[in-house]
Design a protein around this ligand. Structure first.
Ligand code: SF4
Ligand code: SF4
Length: 384
């Protein structure tokens, strides 16, 4: 279900009446920018003023809509569906004639032409799987689909995470397929930047394709795909399970199908917003890091984890703020005494690596390096 802004009017009035401001404390954008219109209390007032006809759409109103990572921290402190309000706010502005932010305007065109938001040819989508002998999904064949996701698939530096995921599944004897270069975009970016109609169309078409292929379970590599495809299934009432690769692999380790070597290195884990707070997957990645290394927790973790600053178009449209959020998260990780930040999201991985001085490693790559029989990859993925 994807509500319009007007359908949230009661919630916006509740916020106006309450005005408690609890949402301010964990909002990374507000804590960095200290601008009242950029936390949910202020943004909800702006939205209410708009739909009551008291405010006009100005550049400041547009900025208030888009200067947010949709990290969900404000939902942690409030009974209202704040991130849904912001998503609906963006949709409202686009439907009222506001041009998409220039950094976001190309997304729809690229998805239509190339099936991904990054203007990469369709042939790039399956490059990562070369030599891995993964079957292509076909009706009546494998019921488990490994869904690579646009960003890791078409970005060479991120391909290693997909290779690691596939090799771990193969080592554990899991039968699975991919859609090769026919894998579609999940529509996550469309949804987050307010292109809701385009998202709905893509989502419905994706569900039909999965059904035609006889897919019963989709294992996602990217947290954004995880929450988006789950939503697609819920919206369509489709009985296709959606999981994240960390959940699958943790179970395989517990079942003894993957044997792990533990080191004494101190490592911490950064919760990707879409996997943790928005997706509810907190413990499995921690179990993997704990099996591989000495795990140390950051003060802000699980529901209270701080966003890396990459989400919901902030990285492209507000790079200075986005970098500031990344620097704050890396500084928090350093305080734990860890040498390495482990994460499980292509956006977080890329974003945290922009801050020098700390090694950032993908969860699946880390595990593959530690599984018996695999050669060690000594720090080739260091950020510094
Ligand atoms: S968004 Fe929620 S937490 Fe923030 S001021 Fe409104 S009611 Fe309070
Ligand atoms: S989603 Fe995150 S960045 Fe946006 S208002 Fe809520 S806490 Fe702040």
């Amino acid at each position: 279900m994807t509500n319009s802004l007007e359908e949230f009017k009661d919630e916006l009035e509740t916020c106006f009446g309450t005005s408690c401001g609890f949402c301010e404390r964990g909002c990374p954008v507000y804590q960095s920018a200290k601008v009242k219109t950029l936390c949910m209390k202020g943004r909800n007032r702006t939205m209410l003023g708009l739909i009551q006809g008291k405010f006009e759409i100005t550049p400041a109103v547009v900025q208030a809509a888009f200067e947010c990572t949709l990290c969900g921290n404000c939902d942690r402190w409030c009974a209202l569906k704040n991130t849904e309000h912001t998503r609906a706010f963006r949709e409202y502005l686009l439907k009222h004639g506001v041009e998409p932010m220039k950094e976001h305007s190309s997304i729809l065109a690229s998805i239509k032409s190339y099936g991904n938001p990054w203007f990469q040819p369709r042939s790039a989508r399956n490059r990562w799987a070369k030599g891995l002998n993964i079957p292509k999904a076909a009706p009546g064949k494998q019921e488990v689909l490994f869904f690579a996701g646009c960003t890791s698939a078409v970005t060479k530096q991120l391909n290693r995470s997909l290779v690691a995921s596939a090799r771990l599944l193969q080592k554990a004897g899991v039968s699975f397929a991919t859609m090769g270069q026919d894998e579609p975009c999940c529509g996550s970016t469309l949804l987050r930047v307010g292109q809701t109609d385009a998202y709905r169309e893509l989502s419905a078409s994706n569900v039909e394709r999965f059904k035609e292929l006889g897919i019963r379970k989709i294992v996602t590599a990217c947290p954004g795909c995880y929450t988006t495809l789950k939503k697609s299934m819920e919206d369509a009432g489709a009985k296709i399970e959606v999981t994240h690769i960390s959940q699958e692999i943790t179970q395989l380790v517990k079942d003894g199908r993957l044997k792990v070597n533990k080191s004494t290195e101190r490592m911490t884990y950064h919760d990707p917003c879409h996997l943790g707070r928005l997706g509810g997957v907190f413990e499995e990645p921690r179990e993997i890091v704990g099996a591989v290394a000495k795990f140390v927790e950051m003060p802000n973790n699980r529901y209270e984890s701080r966003c890396c600053g990459a989400g919901a178009g902030l990285q492209s449209a507000f790079p200075k703020l986005s970098k500031d959020l990344a620097a704050k998260r890396v500084a928090e990780a350093r305080l734990t005494g860890a040498t390495t930040i482990v994460t499980s999201c292509p956006f977080c991985e890329t974003q945290l690596r922009t801050v020098p001085g700390m090694r950032v490693v993908d969860l699946m790559e880390l595990l593959l390096d530690s599984v018996e029989g695999e050669p060690r990859n000594n720090g080739s993925r260091s950020s510094s």
